[in-house]
Every structure is written in C-alpha cells, then in structure tokens.
Write a protein that binds this ligand. Sequence first.
Ligand code: FAD
Length: 529
Amino acid sequence: MIDVIVVGSGASAINAAYPLVEAGLRVLMIDAGITDEKYAGKIPAQSFREIRSTDDGQHEYFLGHDFEGIPFGPVRVGAQLTPPRQYLTRRANDLLPVLNGNFEALRSFARGGFASGWGASSPPFTNSDMRGWPIKRTQLQAHYERVALRIGLCGENDPRLREFLGDDLPLLSAPRVDSNAQFILRRYRANRGAFNRRGFHMGAARLACATEKFRGRGPLTYHDMEFWADADKAIYRPVYTLQELKAHPNFEYRSNLLVESFKDSASQVTIIARNLVSQTTEHFTAAKLILTAGTICTTAIVLRSLGNASLPILSNPYIYYPCVVWPMFGRKVRDRRHSLTQLSIYYRPHDPTEPLVQAQVYSYRSLMLYKLLKESPFPHRESIRLLQLMQNYFIIVGLHHEDRPTTSKTITMDGDGIDVSYRLSQDEKSLQMRNEKRLMRNFASLGCLPIRRINPGPGASIHYGGSLPMSIEDKPYTTTPTGQLRGTHRVLVADGSILPHLPSKGLTLTLMANADRIGKNLADEMKAS
Ligand SMILES: Cc1cc2nc3c(=O)[nH]c(=O)nc-3n(C[C@H](O)[C@H](O)[C@H](O)COP(=O)(O)OP(=O)(O)OC[C@H]3O[C@@H](n4cnc5c(N)ncnc54)[C@H](O)[C@@H]3O)c2cc1C
C-alpha cells in the first residue's frame, strides 16, 4: 500500500512530500498538473532591453497569441500573470467555479501551482507575527532552515531587522538593487534613526532566488524577465524540487487527476479523483492523506468530503501606490536589474495593539507601461508622453495588511462551486487607511511621490488562508498543531488553510516551512510505528 498521498504539486505539496520521500516512505503525488510550454521556447535568454530592441517575434509573448496580455478594463488581480504565466489559472472556472463576485478567489490547477509565477518575496514569520497560534517560531526555525537550503533563499541577516525577521537563516548573497532602490536605501540609511523612531524600518528583500549557483540553478542574470521566463532558473519554482523527487524510486507523480473528495476510516484513506483526460473516476488508497491543493481548493475537497459548512476565509488586503522617485529625474539608471521586490519595509505603529504593515518596493518596467497608462489621471496622449519621460524613475510600493477572521469573511460550497463572501468592517478599513497614510509619509520624505492609491479589491493579494485553522481547541473543521484534520483519522492539511490568521508578510515561505514540519512529523511518526 502507498504510505502517503499528497494532493497538488505547489509550494506546500512539494515541501510536505520532501521529508516523507527522504524518510523512504512510499509517496504518491496526485495533481491536476496543467502545463503549458507554448511561449517558453520563444523567449530569448536575453535582457528585457535587448529583447525589446532586437526580437521581431516579441509581440507573440508580450501581447499573447490571443492578445491575452492586454487586460481590457482596469488592471486588478494577478497583473504579473503575463501570457506565458496565464496557464496557472487555466480551467479554474470549469474545475472549481466561484459563485460570488466580491472576492477574487484565484485557483491554480497547474503543475507547481502559483509559485510557477510568484514574486518570490520570502520574509519569515516571527513569534509576534504568530501571536495566538498553537505553534511558535522556534518550532518552525529548523524547517525554515531546511527549506532555505532546498529552494535557495537570498538576502541579508541584518541584525537591525531581527525584530521583524527573527533568527538568522542560511542565505545566499543579497541581490543587487536597482538604481531607484539604491537611492531610496541611501536616503533611508542617512537618517535611519528618525525613520526608526517613526516605526519605519527598511532593508534588502529576502527572495527565493539563486543569486549564486545553487543546486543546478542560477546565478541570477538581472535580465528583468522574471515575470515572463525562467532562463536562468534563478527564481525558485516548485517544479525544480518535483524533478528532484521524481529521481527517488519511492516517489510517484500522477497528473491530470482532479481530487474531488476523500473517504477515511480507522484503517485507510481513499481519494476519489476525476481523470481529466478520460473523464473517468479513479480511486487511490493510502495509509495517510495530505491535502495541499491551495487554500481554496483544499477547502472545497474538505467540504465535499465532510459535509458543507460556512468556514472562515482570509486574504491579506493589498494596496499599491505607483510612485515616482523625483530626486532621480535626469540621472542615469542601471539597465541590468531583476523585476521582483527590491526593498522590504516593516512599519510598526506606535500603538502596540495595532498590527505590523509590510510593504515592498518593486521596480516597474518589464510589466509594460501600457498597464500603468490606464491608472493615469491624465488624458491618454499626455499620459503616454509623461510615462515615457518618467519610466526610469517609477517604483511600485505594494502594501500588505494583516487579516484576521470575522463573521463577514466566509467560504462555503454552493452546488459544484464555491461561494466566498468577504467584507472588511469599517474599523478594519479605517485602521488600514490610518497606517497606510503614516507609512506613505515616510516614502514621501524619501523622495517617492505617490501618483495614486490603487485598491484592487478583496482577494487581490493571492495570499489565502484560515479556513481550517490550527487550534488546540477540539472543534470541527479545525486542525491540530501537527496538521491532523479533526473529524478524520488519516487526513492532514498542510497549506494556507491551516494558518490561524495572516500576518502582513508574504506567506509562502512559511507555507513551505510549515508543510516541511508537518511532513517531517508524519515521517517520524510513521517510521516509529
Ligand atoms: C503573481 C503572483 C505573485 C505572488 N507573489 C508572492 C510573493 O512574492 N510572496 C509570497 O509569499 N507569495 C506570493 N504569491 C502567493 C503564492 O504564489 C502562493 O501563496 C503559493 O504559491 C501557494 O502555494 P500552494 O502550494 O499552497 O497552493 P497553489 O500554488 O494554489 O497550488 C495548488 C496545487 O494543487 C493542485 N490542485 C488544486 N486542486 C486540486 C485538486 N482538486 N486535485 C488535484 N490537484 C489539485 C494544483 O494543480 C497545484 O499544483 C504570489 C502569487 C501570484 C499568483
């Protein structure tokens, strides 16, 4: 018999499976696993600027065969999902429809999941981020370290940011920042004491990125093509680890299978899956099952299996500010850069009961100016000229707020689809606005002039969690601190669903470390018995 079935092949699934495979257990990974190489072979391994000036075929992947790169209507959720990445959400409406329009519940049925196109920003959670959880940072530290050595994590162990990042992790060298970020950082450092007294702290970004040669990947080429291609394999993708796992005889990967539900008993667990090619139903049985299909899809599998209920759902409220770094006007900027987070900002409000706000500074170029054009307050013709003049001095400040469960944030099944209802209270909105204003005032004194505030709406962060929270209380639809789903004998959950709340930081590094923790615990327990 198979020892463990792991559902999905995303960041959570891969890192839950890894310690089980390492321990010699027989692991079967079942995945919808949609792939698409339509554009990959067409994108030259060159820098954005070289491609723009030399490749006659660039329209194919920049705009897309069906012009899918040109969003009609406002740019809202998943602007980074360029034509070569759009397969990440393919068939989502058909495989798991969403019935309510007020929350962007993106679902991925792709091999490697969303992390095949993510921004790789990877700040760890601290004890203060995990306040109220049944586990502490100390229980995750060894797993953060294992994951860092598996995926390649780069940045600085800056002692001045320990309060926000916790104990040191094994890191590859920090990526070189672009010219605007270099200017901002220099200004910040010149007056660090004053910024820190206002609760504003800044440092190099932590990214899941091979800045140096690492496990057959990298080094980062600074081509500014990270949202389009993976030529240097520097940004971590779960498929790289999937490839490593496939080399083990005790690991099997099956794709084109959509897990619909499970049946669990004291002696075994069986999953019921639809074969997406033959449309037949297949059953797979194992001693244990780990659900890691991403929060929304995992929740649907659980609700179909255990019965429908209204569960909590969380997503970090995300706001962004396109800004111009006006003191840089007229200065020469370095062409070579990466497209991801350049700097990370931690804003700690003076009132200790108010949550940390986390912001990232991105350079803005390879996602194309025409997307920003729609957000410009000026007429189009003038906006084009302005944007072209200012394009070297644009940054995007992206801000995440924490999210906590309330009765106005729920997910439930409705027929074959899911229904998400998500509303922030007036108090939550006012608190966020207040802290944003304070945070953005610090950016203004760094020379960054916001053009406007853009709120892409609920769900836009694509950071989801909280539906089956880890808890020490024995309540239905919760999980134990080791990921065991209450009301089942043999089912564990190891993705965002089990995070009790979402701190303001990117969650995926923690998803990976927590999945590694759950996989490792299970491996130890199964080996012992
Ligand atoms: C553009 C973009 C940028 C992002 N940037 C960042 C960032 O900088 N930092 C950060 O922390 N996070 C970021 N995120 C979020 C991050 O990508 C996700 O948190 C993370 O990938 C979630 O991983 P997961 O494995 O839990 O789920 P998913 O990535 O959703 O993977 C789900 C997996 O399960 C499979 N699956 C789903 N349902 C079924 C089913 N019923 N049967 C079988 N298989 C199934 C899918 O095929 C897939 O393999 C970003 C996301 C996007 C889209």
